[in-house]
Write a protein that binds this ligand. Structure first.
Ligand code: NAP
Length: 345
């Protein structure tokens, strides 16, 4: 059977339980038990269909199937395509690959991406969307960071498969606003403040907007083939970020003491690399901005700039969600789950 039970086209989401995969699936979701934004059957890839994340994804979405597979095994991924119905059965692929980690080799990431793209070509996928990363306004990759080599290899391979018939689209999201969430966000702010010069602006996008752009691609797949799209929504210095936070919440951005940021940057190469990368992106802005304008225009043809969240709007949404989560899980008559479990009433 090629399509879903009612003839819906199938989209394989690689990285479905991850942040971008979830954002894409959220963007397709209209409400519990309701049909999706457009007729589609989602095949949500995961190594563990019984994990909490996988089960949460499937809950209230009868149009989504969890599909077990491991990108590190070509056979396992071939099985995913044959199980779906073989050649022509999977209409679209949205591929997000896990971050290898700062300082880690990206060879495994490259092999995963290349394997999947080859299989997509072989099994006649019509739309192949790869989520890479923004690495400056230029298409000149001569001055790249080591952590991007895997993604560049994948991009080039996918582009070469275009000549054999693979209709590819590459999205390059900038830094996720979600990096400023919770304790890790507090640490990010502390390190950025300690390491970035005052004039350095940082491009950011909310995961929801990454999801909207990719959903729009599959919803109305016109003029998306062989295009690269940079997904960005706001562009702020650290002090401008603080102004946004203050305006949204009445409080300054949460941070740890400044010396801690300085200390971490002195001893942690990974943290130093992140700060170097943000600075690098800013310093290289004027280079060949024609390519950047084109990549941005491609994105805004799908989702106009004024429909994407500013950092301030994202903070307001984040705070609303955080309060709701606290209400939902935080307790009843001041009795919290934690207190119940520890018997400390
Ligand atoms: N953080 C940023 O600001 C930022 C900005 C731009 C781009 N990026 C890029 O975004 C990417 C990460 O995206 P994300 O944050 O959405 O991912 P994520 O939340 O880390 O999720 C990783 C996903 O990969 C799946 N996965 C991992 N290994 C697998 C394997 N061997 N076989 C099958 N599935 C596997 C996991 O599924 P299961 O565990 O369910 O199997 C999970 O769904 C990275 O490449 C990063 O460079 C990040």
């Amino acid at each position: 059977m090629s399509n879903g039970p009612h003839g819906e086209p199938k989209i394989l989401v690689v990285g479905a339980t991850g942040k971008q995969g979830q954002a894409f699936i959220r963007a397709l979701t209209r409400g519990p038990e309701e049909p999706p934004l457009f007729p589609v059957r989602i095949l949500a890839l995961t190594r563990n269909p019984s994990s909490q994340k996988a089960l949460a994804l499937q809950k209230d979405r009868p149009w989504l199937d969890l599909v077990k597979g491991n990108l590190d095994s070509r056979e396992s991924m071939r099985h995913v395509f044959t199980q779906a119905g073989g050649k022509g059965a999977i209409w679209g692929v949205f591929m997000v690959l896990q971050y290898a980690g700062l300082g880690e080799s990206t060879e495994g990431e490259a092999v995963q991406g290349i394997t999947l793209a080859d299989l997509a070509l072989h099994y006649g996928v019509s739309i192949f969307v790869y989520s890479s990363v923004h690495r400056g306004e230029t298409d000149d990759d001569s001055e790249i960071l080591a952590e991007h080599t895997g993604k560049i290899k994948i991009e080039r391979h996918i582009q070469s498969l275009g000549e054999q018939g693979l209709q590819w689209t590459i999205v390059r999201p900038v830094l996720f606003m979600e990096n400023f969430e919770g304790t890790m966000g507090k640490m990010t702010t502390t390190i950025f403040r300690a390491g970035l010069k005052k004039d350095v602006k940082c491009r950011m996008v909310a995961l929801d907007d990454v999801g909207h752009v990719v959903a729009a691609m599959f919803h109305r797949p016109v003029n998306i083939a062989y295009k690269t799209m940079v997904i960005t929504a706001d562009d702020l210095t650290m002090s401008e970020q603080d102004v946004a936070w203050l305006s949204a919440t009445g409080k300054h951005m949460p941070t740890y003491p400044h010396f801690l940021g300085t200390l971490i940057l002195a001893i942690n190469t990974a943290a130093k690399d992140i700060v170097y990368f943000i600075d690098y992106l800013y310093r290289h802005r004027s280079d060949n901005s024609e390519a950047f304008q084109e990549h941005i225009a491609n994105t805004h043809a799908l989702v106009p700039a004024d429909q994407m969240m500013t950092f301030e709007e994202w903070i307001k949404q984040y705070e609303r969600d955080r309060r709701k989560r606290r209400r939902d899980t935080g307790g009843w008559n001041k009795v919290s789950l934690g207190k119940l479990l520890t018997g400390s009433l």
